[in-house]
Design a protein around this ligand. Structure first.
Ligand SMILES: NC(=O)C1=CN([C@@H]2O[C@H](COP(=O)(O)OP(=O)(O)OC[C@H]3O[C@@H](n4cnc5c(N)ncnc54)[C@H](OP(=O)(O)O)[C@@H]3O)[C@@H](O)[C@H]2O)C=CC1
Ligand SMILES: CC(=O)C(=O)O
Ligand SMILES: [Mg+2]
Length: 762
């Protein structure tokens, strides 16, 4: 199967499984009892209805209106795919819904309208507008898009924005201002070619003009060529940008141009055209999914280029995803009646300035970069930059207030910023971070139980995503048969059957090494050779002898049966007195580390302190600062029972020997996780006012049960158990781990191998 068809299949499976589509509706109120239901629905529901009848503004108080945006399309200009119809546009609209949610915690109903008639479309949107706090028009073709947006803006009192026009304009203007600064060119002087004269192109060009670009320096092209003043039947929007120059083609327009902006279709710019541009050319090829010129081709053609595309797989993604979530967030939070020029300009400035600030380590890790820095490859922030939510919405909200379109003021900006950051606790940031870090330096991972379909599926993803190079251990025929079933090609993959004759040499070698370390423990050479037929022993010896970098096992066996040989063969790292395991839970309040989830049954106080220290180092590996609560059933000396005392002693030890650690306790878990409660009852605590992200439990019973409880009840993703303190990167899966969990664990194993390698080099 070719790479392209694999990617196609992957995209289709992603959308189809496990449930069709990408978003769902989740109740936000309790609904367990008859009483709950009588409040949620009849008779209780009548009360808010009557309040809203008295005053429509009360809809913001009693319903989701204030946080609900409609993403509406008629499917006439879907990405660069053209007029593919309303049904076919739905995956894109659901996708926008997903982006609104993950980047700005805004809920979305996607609505696909089956009409190309402007009046009917407007009527539909107006009729459903009471449901929403804002309207995001999407992928509607020009010129209809202009009229639709203008009329809806005039007739509705909630923010209406055609994202392809203004979202794109805002992002590309921010990127353009920064690119011009880097190229040392002035916007008033540069010659600009705009390919496309549709919704996005016209709106972008208008905004560039608002920032100083001169109409006489602009050449715009549509499907018929250069838009000249002497062309017949030009729409009002196109006429604004018609040029007096006597040129007809893109070729001609590109000569000596400083800036090319593509909002048209794929592959219409040639290398020769790029060569004919002025020095230090700026090229934004933003057609989706494929740009006007391929990124690599452009980069190979001109070394002095500043290049951007709309895609996420190259540097400088100029895509409206950086805009619409944050612009609507700011507009909704002050109940703006519209999104006006002032708000758009404020967003441009906030984005452009953010790109010049030092990039947090989390962003570097998330994008697998060593150091992102303002420069030709980084002219605009990355969509996963956690600062966007704290910078752009306040700028937009402030501009709305200052320009008189806000119906609700924000007084305390610091508090607002905090609330914005709190909103973004729940997402897969940490998983992304982990996987990207692994991809920076993939390692050889032994999958010790590769003759299981799910293990192979995980190994396939690990190989395809570039997380690592799988070494598959197990019965060769079974592995091959299963690989064929999932079109898993053998490229970059090694298959080893530890029991086969082919491996006799390896077995003998490993057995000898093993025997040399264990012959005083009653192990004979014969025993050692026999053991090496066992996959976990063989795999562990591979890692020990440097034939593999990391090991993953435990999918099909109980945890202790795998831990034992690993401890025996691989052992603990230098200076470590015990191993432990932590699990990261992707909870709605952000990632939470829980230890020890898998190994130490009832660790004494000093060991508990060691577990806390090791977990702190693991938390740092994920780019976070550990804030650790030592959990008990008691709070700060409220019980004299030895179990509570043990935790207290562990805390004293940590305070004495590791004052640099943000750790305190003993604490009940609710106080640990509830900042207000902790602050009000225990203001003296080292954790007061801080957001705890690490929970160290006093024993295995409580830690293991807690993480599994969270996982099962809240359907929360968990990464782990992450083994801490081993000499080599060995990680043991939970029995029956899912494919996703195995992929994450493979990434953990790779990152662990990278860290251990770094330590060795020091
Ligand atoms: N990166 C980003 O964030 C965004 C990218 N886009 C991309 O921009 C493109 C246009 O979107 P949108 O404005 O919404 O769509 P529209 O349908 O409104 O506009 C498309 C424009 O492209 C023009 N066009 C078609 N073929 C050519 C050609 N060979 N040379 C020059 N122009 C041509 C059309 O010309 P004519 O007027 O003659 O029909 C039309 O003006 C799409 O590829 C879309 O994915 C859009 C929004 C955001
Ligand atoms: C990004 C986007 O909205 C588009 O390509 O249409
Ligand atoms: Mg679009």
């Amino acid at each position: 199967m070719s790479n392209t068809s694999r990617k196609r299949r992957e995209a289709l499976v992603y959308h189809a499984k496990p449930k069709p589509g990408k978003i769902e509706v989740v109740p936000t109120k309790k609904y367990a009892t008859q009483r709950d239901l009588s409040l949620a629905y009849s008779p209780g529901v009548a009360e808010p209805c009557l309040e809203i009848e008295k005053d429509k503004e009360n809809a913001y108080k009693y319903t989701t209106k204030g946080n609900l945006v409609a993403v509406i399309s008629n499917g006439t200009a879907v990405l660069g795919l053209g007029d593919i119809g309303p049904e076919a546009s739905k995956p894109v609209m659901e996708g926008k819904g997903l982006l609104f949610k993950i980047f700005a915690d805004i809920d979305v109903f996607d609505i696909e309208v089956d009409t190309k008639d402007v009046d009917k479309f407007i009527e539909t949107v107006k009729n459903i507008a009471p449901t929403f706090g804002g309207i995001n028009l999407e992928d509607i073709k020009a010129p209809e898009a202009f009229e639709i947006e203008q009329r809806l803006k005039a007739e509705l009192d909630i923010p209406v924005m055609h994202d392809d026009q203004h979202g794109t304009a805002i992002i590309s203007a921010a990127a353009l201002l920064n690119a011009l600064e880097l190229a040392k060119k002035k916007i008033e002087k540069v010659k600009i070619v705009i390919s496309g004269a549709g919704a996005a192109a016209v709106s972008c060009t208008k905004l560039y003009k608002a920032f100083g670009a001169k109409a006489e320096n602009i050449v715009m092209l549509d499907s018929k060529g250069v838009i000249r003043k002497d062309r017949d039947n030009l729409s009002e929007e196109k006429a604004e940008f018609a040029t007096a120059r006597k040129i007809d083609t893109l070729d001609e327009a590109m000569k000596n141009a400083d800036v090319f902006v593509g909002l048209s279709i794929a592959n219409i710019v040639s290398p020769d055209m790029l060569k004919s541009m002025a020095k230090r050319p700026i090229v934004f090829a933003m057609a989706n999914p494929n740009p006007e010129i391929d990124y690599n081709l452009a980069m190979d053609t001109r070394k002095d280029i500043i290049m951007a595309t709309g895609r996420s797989d190259h540097p400088n993604q100029v895509n409206n995803v950086l805009g619409f979530p944050f612009i609507f967030r700011g507009a909704l939070d002050v109940r703006a009646s519209k999104i006006n020029e002032e708000m758009k300009k404020a967003a441009v400035k906030a984005l452009a300035e953010l790109a010049k600030e030092a990039v947090p380590e989390q962003v570097n890790i998330a994008y697998g970069e060593t150091r992102l820095n303002f420069g030709p490859d980084y002219i605009i922030p990355k969509p996963f930059d956690p600062r966007l939510i704290a910078k752009v919405p306040p700028a937009v909200a402030k501009a709305a207030m200052e320009s008189g379109v806000a119906r609700q003021d924000i007084q305390d900006w610091e508090k607002y910023e905090e609330e914005l950051l709190e909103r973004m606790g729940n997402e897969n940031k940490i998983t992304r971070l982990l996987i990207n870090r692994a991809k920076t330096n993939p390692k050889r991972i032994v999958f010790a139980e590769a003759d299981h379909l799910d293990v192979l599926k995980a190994a396939q993803i690990v190989r395809d995503e570039g997380i690592g190079f799988p070494i598959l251990l197990g019965r060769r025929e079974v592995i091959k048969e299963l690989m064929a079933e999932i079109d898993f090609e053998e490229e970059d993959v090694i298959i080893i059957d530890p029991k086969s004759d082919d491996e006799e040499e390896h077995r003998k070698n490993y057995a000898l090494k093993y025997w040399e370390t264990r012959h005083r423990n009653g192990v004979t050479k014969y025993d050692a050779e026999k053991l090496m037929r066992e996959r976990n022993y063989f795999a562990a010896m591979m890692v020990n002898e440097g034939d593999a970098d990391a090991l993953l096992s435990g999918y099909s066996r109980a945890y202790p049966t795998v831990v034992k040989p690993m401890l025996e063969l691989i052992g603990m790292a230098k200076g470590v007195s015990r191993v432990a395991a932590t699990n990261v839970m992707n909870t709605s309040r952000g990632p939470i580390f829980i230890s020890d989830t898998s190994i130490n049954i009832d660790p004494p106080a000093k060991d508990l302190a060691k577990i806390a220290q090791m977990t702190a180092r693991t938390v740092q590996l994920f780019g976070m600062e550990p804030v650790i609560a030592m959990i008990s059933y008691a709070n700060f000396g409220s019980s004299k029972d030895p179990r509570a005392k043990k935790v207290k002693d562990a805390v004293s030890y940590l305070h004495r020997f590791h004052p640099e650690l943000n750790v305190d306790g003993e604490l009940q878990v609710d106080f640990a996780l509830n900042r207000e409660m902790l602050q009000s009852k225990f203001p003296f605590s080292k954790l007061a006012g801080k957001k705890v992200n690490t929970l160290i439990y006093p024993d295995l019973d409580s830690a293991n049960s807690t993480y599994k409880l969270i996982k099962e009840l809240n359907n929360v993703d968990s990464i782990g158990p992450i083994m801490m303190g081993m000499k080599k990167p060995v990680h043991i899966l939970q029995l029956g781990a899912s494919v996703e969990e195995m992929v994450n664990m493979a990434a953990v194993a790779v990152v662990d191998a990278q860290e251990k390698e770094k330590k060795l080099k020091k």
